[in-house]
Design a binder for this molecule. Structure first.
Ligand code: BV8
Length: 236
């Protein structure tokens, strides 16, 4: 069975209306990363940081998954445990499209993290008014999002999947942030075929074996149909 790891970034959610980070009208456009996506920023000015994430969490109510998210959910139905989607995104569009074999390595907007007790409750509302932690009652909840300088989630599980996979696919990411940006080279070093589906070629460490440029809503369904078709023709 072909083992596939898919890494997604903000580009897969762009056509759903979720702003990316580094494109022209990107998220960082309005904010300096250092002011909203670091523990120091949260320490220095918690209200600005909480408001920035509250606004993005609220915006989730007005976006829906598109064909690319749905195609990856379809691929999971077809190959099950041979697929792992690792997303850098903190939106919930993959889940809403049906993906279950999914790792949010940079956390999730719809989860909070209690600084007092470490609980990570699902969270839909705002955090600016310092609600109480459902587990310990303290009013020290922050977004459960991995900021710069913080350790991403489930790195061991991700790295084990990357070194074991036969195909590594990078979708909608600029390859600007580590350790995520290093996974294509790691997969390649362990013999995987690497594929990039992106609006424009990212500045990858090593060239992808198969680099396709275009919209995720077109490239991802196309690629998924190829994989499913190949699997069926291989009589799996
Ligand atoms: C860590 C959550 C220690 C927050 C995010 C020097 C060298 C190496 C590393 C470092 C270094 N200096 C500092 C570091 C570490 C740092 C880092 O990499 N910094 C960078 C700036 C150099 N990394 C960290 O701090 C990480 N932690 O290193 O811990 C450690 C690590 C390993 C082992 C032990 C210890 C934690 C980083 C996490 C930061 N949090 N997100 C939030 O969302 O607010 S980062 C955020 O930006 C994303 O999650 C993503 O990871 C990253 C990049 O964004 P993209 O998703 O790629 O989006 P972008 O806008 O950049 O690009 C969009 C792409 O889509 C483009 O290519 C575009 O062409 C394409 N596109 C657009 N539209 C479409 C499309 N494609 C297809 N279809 C479309 N329609």
């Amino acid at each position: 069975m072909t083992r596939i790891v898919v890494l997604t970034g903000a580009g897969i959610s762009a056509e759903s209306g979720v702003p990316t980070f580094r494109d022209a009208d990107g998220l960082w456009e309005g904010h300096d990363v250092e002011d909203v996506a670091t523990p120091e920023a949260f320490e220095r000015d918690p209200d600005t940081v909480l408001a920035f994430y509250d606004e993005r969490r609220r915006a989730l109510a007005s976006v829906v998954p598109h064909a690319a998210h749905r195609a990856l959910a379809r691929l999971e139905k077809a190959i099950g445990a041979d697929l792992l989607v690792v997303t850098q995104n903190v939106d919930d569009l993959h889940e809403r499209a049906g993906s279950r074999r999914l790792v949010h390595m940079h956390g999730e907007l719809r989860r909070a993290l209690c600084v007092a007790c470490g609980a990570r409750p699902a969270w839909k509302g705002d955090l600016i008014d310092r609600p109480a932690c459902p587990a310990c009652g303290e009013r020290m909840l922050r977004p459960d999002v991995v900021w710069f300088g913080e350790m991403p989630y489930e790195l061991d599980r991700i790295e084990q999947s990357v070194v074991a996979c036969d195909v590594f696919v990078s979708i909608g990411t600029s390859g600007a942030v580590y350790p995520a940006a290093g996974y294509a080279a790691l997969a390649s070093a362990f013999g995987a075929r690497t594929v990039e589906l992106n609006l424009e070629p990212s500045d990858a460490l090593i060239p992808f074996d198969d680099a396709r440029t275009g919209l995720a809503s077109e490239l991802v369904p196309q690629w998924v149909e190829e994989i499913i078709g190949a699997g069926l023709s291989a009589g799996r």
